[in-house]
Design a protein around this ligand. Sequence first.
Ligand SMILES: C[S@@+](CC[C@H](N)C(=O)[O-])C[C@H]1O[C@@H](n2cnc3c(N)ncnc32)[C@H](O)[C@@H]1O
Length: 310
Amino acid sequence: MEFRHKSVLLEECMAALNLRPGGVYVDCTLGGGGHSQEILLRTGPDGKLVAFDQDPAAIRAAGERLKEFGERVTLVQSNFVKLEEKLQELGYTGVDGILFDLGVSSYQLDTPERGFSYQHDAVLDMRMDPTQPISARDLLNEWPEVEIARIIREYGEERWANKIAALIVRERTNRPLETTGQLVELIKRAIPVKARTGGPHPAKRTFQALRIAVNNELENFRSALLQAVRMLKSGGRVAVITFHSLEDRIAKQTLAELARTCVCPPELPVCVCGKQPEVKLIGKAIEPSAEEVAENPRARSARLRVAEKI
Ligand SMILES: C[S@@+](CC[C@H](N)C(=O)[O-])C[C@H]1O[C@@H](n2cnc3c(N)ncnc32)[C@H](O)[C@@H]1O
């Protein structure tokens, strides 16, 4: 299958990163390599790019696409939760810009055997890194009902989470849950017809929740964003594209916290905390234009947040 992924908010990201010729940039989410390629094209013959992806298929395909840039590119097959460690191993103490384009690529979604999509009947996998020990199948067949319900409620913001978890657990006592099709059927049974007509696909929230849990997405992103800010040179930019409210909240709150000055209670006459802001926020969240959404529906929920290291 051809690796296809249309990069979201491409021009906006390039502007946000304030690219300069000869700079060092990091793409934490290489995917199909669209953003990476653009960074390389715009940073001249001396610009360098380090690109992370935990999915070997992305590294392979984007490696091919970026071959023409030779030694200007370093590909790192790793979770971006190891951002600081890996950059230091490569000898970098500071970089000029860092990009996160979170979530899964269209390629991952459209490859049935990866098990990310409720549109295909396939094995329940959902691991971005196929060597990671826990898949969606393990989680659904082994975790306690309360934990499954919590995941679906918190990460999917699904109001029928308890009912879905109860049906999952009842089903697995008869036969293990193996396929996305089996799960979709259970979700449909758990949600009353009235509540699941007219809106998005009834399995959308539960699938999002499981993917987040299987890949520990929120914790890893929070940690990596803090590491990214530590690794930026003064004046360097971090740009983050999120695709749902949970990710966006983490981006917004983490960057706002890093941008804050004194955190002393207002009743104290003088500052005793000495907190200095580490970043300044650059503008408000940027959303894709109507034209981009019309051309690429996946961009619909995207939000770009940007901050500059002080
Ligand atoms: C939305 S796609 C990126 C698309 C890319 N910007 C482009 O223009 O083609 C997200 C990619 O990030 C990878 N990814 C997501 N979370 C990751 C993590 N914690 N560590 C490393 N890679 C991750 C996924 O495997 C996927 O390939």
